[in-house]
Design a protein around this ligand. Structure first.
Ligand code: ATP
Ligand code: MG
Length: 113
């Protein structure tokens, strides 16, 4: 199965405490809608932070589009859109100016704004 997101035995702990992510292996197929459910504190947000490189990987593997996140982070993130918990927008900018900021990150064509 071709996966756009794949983790193998992902592991993470904060400040050397017990792992909050323990041996998590995910396979998200291309062209799918995937729901990642769990009770409060289960580790959903932590997993998403790991998948986007916002937290450094401690153990296990993370592949996006078949490539290792560690070695290809900038190019892989340019191919993804992510919103974790709340949107990162600048409240003092217009919608178009906010999109202009994103446009510079993603290097897409500005006619799309
Ligand atoms: N920065 C942090 N430092 C220490 N512990 C943390 C930190 N972030 C999260 N945790 C702990 O890690 C565990 C997983 O938290 P996480 O936020 O990933 O859960 P969640 O599944 O997203 O929960 P929720 O449904 O409430 O959003 C929790 O026990 C939480 O208290
Ligand atoms: Mg959360």
């Amino acid at each position: 199965m071709q996966c756009c997101v794949e983790t193998r035995e992902l592991q993470h702990s904060f400040a050397g405490n017990q792992p909050v992510i323990d041996q998590v292996s995910l396979q998200v197929p291309y062209h799918s809608i995937y729901a990642f459910l769990g009770p409060n504190g289960a580790g959903k947000t932590t997993t998403l932070r790991l998948l986007t490189g916002l937290l450094p990987r401690q153990g296990g593997e993370i592949n996006l589009f078949g490539k290792a996140l560690d070695k290809n982070r900038a190019s892989l993130l340019r191919q993804t859109g992510t919103m974790i918990e709340s949107p990162s927008i600048y409240g003092h900018l217009s919608a178009a100016d906010n999109l202009q900021v994103w446009y510079s990150y993603f290097r897409c064509r500005d006619y799309r704004i």
